[in-house]
Design a protein around this ligand. Structure first.
Ligand code: PGA
Length: 249
């Protein structure tokens, strides 16, 4: 199975001209590695641009609203993304949890809205430093709880469409990624939880947090890791080229 690289541009780059150039450079680099699939989660204002719309199959939103429509200034719905040809959206990213106070209940509603609109959620879960310090066994309990709280109300046939991301909060924007063996162990645990509670035979689970051109080889050497969510490395064309080159499996 091909591994998936999701580029999370966050609130970058600063202009549409730079964004068009980053997208086309990224796609050129990606076209040279046939062993990976690619999605770019780009800032919402760029999604409607013609250069982006024609490459919609490679695009993801970075968020969606928990509501369908209405008086919610600044928000946008899953349906709006879908109408631009976008088929994926990140939900539950740790920055949304931290700065926009999103909790499991809100994230569960967002997932629901994604499915109603035909969007596949890219769902991020992961523990804080405080939990990680207590050891992997506790992290496993935490991840199991997070998953169950978020997707308990989702129809089982839809859960298989979720792309899961194990993204430890402490590894996002950090100096170092998690060690790939621990991530693989935790991802295996997430897969068993998804199988046990939701009957999902083969969920896709990515790793996220300080992925770059130097550690991707080691990360992809771990079989349970089905891909990565990369932030900083995806907006630096040189680093991204290195990441994709070293992502050959
Ligand atoms: P990072 O961000 O790769 O810069 O750590 C990852 C993410 O937040 O998705």
């Amino acid at each position: 199975m091909k591994k998936l690289i999701v580029a999370n541009w966050k609130m970058n780059p600063e202009t549409i001209a730079e964004a068009r150039s980053l997208l086309s450079r990224s796609l050129t680099v990606i076209s040279k590695n046939k062993s990976i699939d690619f999605l770019a989660a780009v800032p919402t204002p760029y999604l409607g641009d013609a250069a982006f719309k024609k490459r919609a199959k490679y695009l993801a939103g970075q968020n969606v609203s928990w509501a369908e429509n209405g008086a919610l200034t600044g928000e946008f719905s899953a349906k709006m993304l879908y109408s631009l040809g976008v088929k994926y959206a990140i939900v539950g990213h740790s920055e949304r949890r931290e700065y926009f106070f999103e909790n499991e209940e809100i994230i569960a509603k967002k997932i629901q809205k994604c499915f109603e609109a035909g969007i596949r959620p890219i769902l991020c879960v992961g523990e804080s430093t405080a939990i990680r310090r207590k050891g992997l066994d506790l992290v496993k309990i935490y991840l199991k709880d997070q998953l169950r709280q978020i997707i308990a109300g989702t129809e089982h046939s839809l859960i298989s469409k979720i792309v899961f991301v194990y993204e430890p909060v402490w590894a996002v924007g950090a100096e170092e990624a998690d060690d790939p063996e621990s991530s693989a162990e935790l991802i295996n645990h997430m897969k068993s939880t998804l199988k046990e509670f939701f009957g999902l035979p083969k969920p896709k689970v990515l790793y996220g947090g300080s992925v770059d051109g130097s550690n991707i080889r080691e990360i992809f050497a771990q079989k349970p890791i089905d891909g990565v969510l990369a932030g900083r490395a995806s907006i630096d064309p040189g680093e991204f080229a290195k990441l994709v080159k070293n992502a050959k499996i």
